[in-house]
Design a protein around this ligand. Structure first.
Ligand code: HEM
Length: 139
């Protein structure tokens, strides 16, 4: 997160996003465009649902693991204090390279928590031939 973004956030204002662009009123959408109210609602729904349970469950696993292994927790805390300090918020991408131990702990938590072991179900919208296989549309 850059300083400008941080200042927006501290004032309770995020940067402009998809939700700031006015959508055409219902009934007046361009049928060829993907930009209308239904899409905006589904995208928002996907982001909120896709992003809350997954992160919440991962964090619960992480907290339990760190409670069980206090030495690991102390080492992560030490690395955070050194790389980020107490005066600013962590910046996900910029700080990652200076926090290799924390990065590995997060990956290890995700590996053993394995919260979506069979992935999400997918289906094709029409019969699809792929590398010699036929993936049929379920009717
Ligand atoms: C630990 C955190 C997360 C895990 C384990 C996770 C896991 C997954 C998995 C397994 C898929 C299906 C991928 C596929 O179709 O092959 C997926 C898709 C998706 N995730 Fe996440 N996710 C996480 C965090 C998030 C967050 C934070 C967001 C949004 C802010 C999010 C939004 C989505 C969306 C929108 C899709 C559908 C993408 C598409 O089909 O085009 N996820 N996620």
């Amino acid at each position: 997160m850059g300083p400008q973004q941080q200042s927006y956030w501290s004032r309770g204002k995020g940067s402009p996003s998809l939700a700031h662009v006015p959508t055409p009123p219902p009934g007046q959408e361009d049928p060829l465009s993907h930009f209308h109210m239904d899409t905006l609602l589904m995208t928002t729904h996907n982001l909120l649902f896709g992003g809350t349970e997954t992160v919440g469950t991962t964090l619960r696993h992480a907290f339990l693991a760190l409670m069980k292994y206090p030495k690991v927790q102390a080492r992560v805390q030490e690395e955070i204090d050194l790389a980020v300090g107490g005066a600013r918020l962590p910046a996900a991408l910029e700080d990652r390279s200076t926090m290799p131990y924390t990065d590995r702990v997060i990956h290890q938590v995700q590996r053993f928590a394995d919260i979506i072991p069979m992935n999400l179900p997918h289906r094709v919208t029409r019969d699809t031939a792929f590398r010699g296989f036929l993936i049929p549309k379920v009717r």
